[in-house]
Design a binder for this molecule. Structure first.
Ligand SMILES: NC(=O)c1ccc[n+]([C@@H]2O[C@H](COP(=O)([O-])OP(=O)(O)OC[C@H]3O[C@@H](n4cnc5c(N)ncnc54)[C@H](O)[C@@H]3O)[C@@H](O)[C@H]2O)c1
Length: 266
């Protein structure tokens, strides 16, 4: 491993790569020498992130993908192997908060919808993208990682996968599912040297959180419960993904990396 180049020779798929934490993770992986296939349902933004990476000397390409679609997962993994020869890293980052803008203009610290107002359709959408998408991605990557002799799967959960709050219960449920799914997958595939870990960001400044954080009352509440006193940046989370992706973490599997400014230590 060259200093400052912790992913040389590795091939990574990063979902949610068009925005926020996913875009920064794709950039950081490429800076560290990985060849990156970044995917997202937002093609325009995703293409611009891939172009930015290649324009600055990195290796990356973009593919449109809905993480809920099993056939698209097969195609994505096939594209990584065909274009870059192997698959070493899968970072499942795509996700939604599930807030219904009509029900939840976030005017208070109590994010909705509350359970009694939550429709089955809203619940299913959050679970399908945030939890089923992670299952389908992990499933699709296994054979390719076995061919590569091992790999690292990094599943983005949340502090909401560890603790409860007033926020959307479907979001909590989906992120809790990611946490414990990752441990089960880690145990099943440890003999194949495929590591599976979850990452648990606290309040990070991204397009997902901006509608809430632009309300001073919400921002103040969230900063007050974050001992380090600032919002996380996408780079704070990408750095954790980088550690779990590279060989420095070769003895780490089934773990949960909390990156939250101390929020859940309270
Ligand atoms: N921002 C935070 O404070 C925070 C905290 C904890 C966890 N997370 C998690 O981090 C991940 C990234 O969030 P972010 O804050 O960068 O948000 P973001 O909205 O900036 O990025 C999410 C990306 O996922 C993509 N996406 C949504 N549905 C998709 C689908 N069906 N198929 C493919 N792509 C899809 C979106 O197009 C978007 O580019 C999410 O899983 C989120 O739940 C974020």
């Amino acid at each position: 491993m060259q200093p400052g180049k912790r992913l040389v020779g590795k091939v990574a798929i990063v979902t949610g790569g068009a925005s926020g934490i996913g875009a920064e993770t794709a950039r950081m992986f490429a800076q560290h020498g990985a060849k990156v296939l970044l995917t997202d349902s937002n093609a325009a933004l995703g293409k611009s992130v891939a172009k930015e990476i290649t324009d600055t000397g990195g290796t990356a390409m973009f593919a449109t993908q809905d993480v809920r679609d099993e056939a698209q997962w097969a195609a994505t993994v096939a594209q990584a192997e065909k274009s870059y020869g192997r698959l070493d890293i899968l970072c499942n980052i795509a996700g939604i908060s599930g807030r219904d803008p009509k029900l939840n203009i976030q005017t208070t610290v109590t994010a909705g919808p509350r359970l009694a107002e939550q429709t089955l359709e809203q619940w299913n959408r959050v679970m399908e993208i945030n939890a089923t998408g992670v299952f389908l991605g992990t499933k699709a990557a296994i054979a390719a990682m076995q061919r590569a002799g091992g790999g690292s799967i990094i599943n983005i959960s949340s502090i909401c996968g560890i603790i409860g709050s007033h926020a959307n219960a479907a979001y909590h449920a989906s992120k809790g599912a990611v946490r414990i799914f990752s441990k089960a997958a880690a145990i099943q595939y440890a003999p194949d040297k495929i590591r599976v870990n979850s990452v648990h960001p606290g309040f990070v400044d991204t397009p997902m959180t901006r509608p809430g954080h632009s309300n001073p009352e919400v921002a103040k509440y969230r900063l007050d419960v974050t001992p380090l006193g600032r919002f996380g940046t996408p780079a704070d989370i990408a750095a954790g993904c980088l550690y779990l992706a590279c060989d420095e973490s070769s003895w780490v599997t089934g773990s949960e990396l909390v990156i939250d400014g101390g929020m859940t230590a309270n």
